[in-house]
Design a protein around this ligand. Structure first.
Ligand code: ADE
Length: 241
């Protein structure tokens, strides 16, 4: 999976990309991170990347020329991959979108700063706009890292455990069941005995019920979209009674 990241703050990405599972995956050539400083594609003495908005008002707007030149120099015109602008105006990121983007094998991420970007960037360069939630950050760097993290762990081999991403909360449309490890009793709190039973069928049934109960309690909105079996529906009816 290749990520081309266009930003005015490339140095903000390095600490996370180099201090995690992502670094190991990059060493193994499973992930390729290419950071590009938009400022390198300016031609004036002050390396200007922003300007005042036409029509007045507060804040600065990112100029179109450096952004177009950066993306087109690196990727060609038109770019062969999705060009995603991180913005609070985008569609709200979730696990389904993470899967969709992982399937491309190559994406470009544009992290904006200032109050916003010139509208022509949205209209003629960007192919998708993504928000990480209904709140406003100072820039698109953290959102880009969040997409990178969520997408990368879906790439086969990135997580040590080959089934690693399958049971995750959200991957199945439900929240994940509770986990326990040693010791079996901690401060008088016991691990549920079924998990120590060695009976894999019973453990599976217990975990599924826990997932359903948690989702019902914490995120009932997810149940409407989750793929549920007849057995799941029966468990849910019992839980609701
Ligand atoms: N830039 C600023 N806030 C953002 C958000 N919530 N999602 C994506 N990009 C952003």
């Amino acid at each position: 999976m290749r990520f081309d990241i266009f930003t005015l703050l490339p140095e903000t990405f390095a600490p996370y990309l180099q201090a995690s599972i992502l670094q190991k995956a990059a060493e193994r050539q499973l992930l390729h991170f290419h950071l590009h400083n938009i400022r390198d594609y300016t031609h004036d003495r002050h390396h200007t990347t922003d300007d005042q908005p036409y029509g007045g008002g507060g804040g600065m707007v990112m100029k179109p020329e450096p952004m177009f030149e950066a993306v087109e120099t690196v990727l060609g015109a038109p770019p062969p991959c999705p060009v995603i602008l991180l913005t609070p105006q985008g569609r709200v990121f979730n696990q389904t979108i993470a899967k969709e983007l992982a399937a491309y094998g190559h994406i470009a991420l544009l992290s904006g700063r200032y109050e916003g970007v010139d509208e022509r960037i949205r209209q003629h360069l960007v192919t998708d706009e993504i928000s990480i939630g209904d709140y406003v950050l100072t820039g698109g760097e953290l959102p880009a890292l969040i997409l990178i993290d969520a997408i990368s762990r879906l790439i086969p081999g990135v997580l040590g455990d080959p089934t690693g991403a399958e049971d995750d909360s959200h991957a199945s449309g439900l929240l994940e069941y509770p986990h326990y490890t040693r010791p079996p009793t901690f401060r008088g709190w016991d691990v549920p005995p079924v998990l120590l039973s060695g009976d894999h069928a019973r453990i599976e049934t217990w975990r599924r019920k826990q997932s359903l109960a948690r989702t019902l309690a914490k995120r009932p909105d997810m149940l409407a979209r989750a793929p549920l079996t007849a057995a799941d529906e029966k468990i849910l009816r019992e839980l609701r009674d």
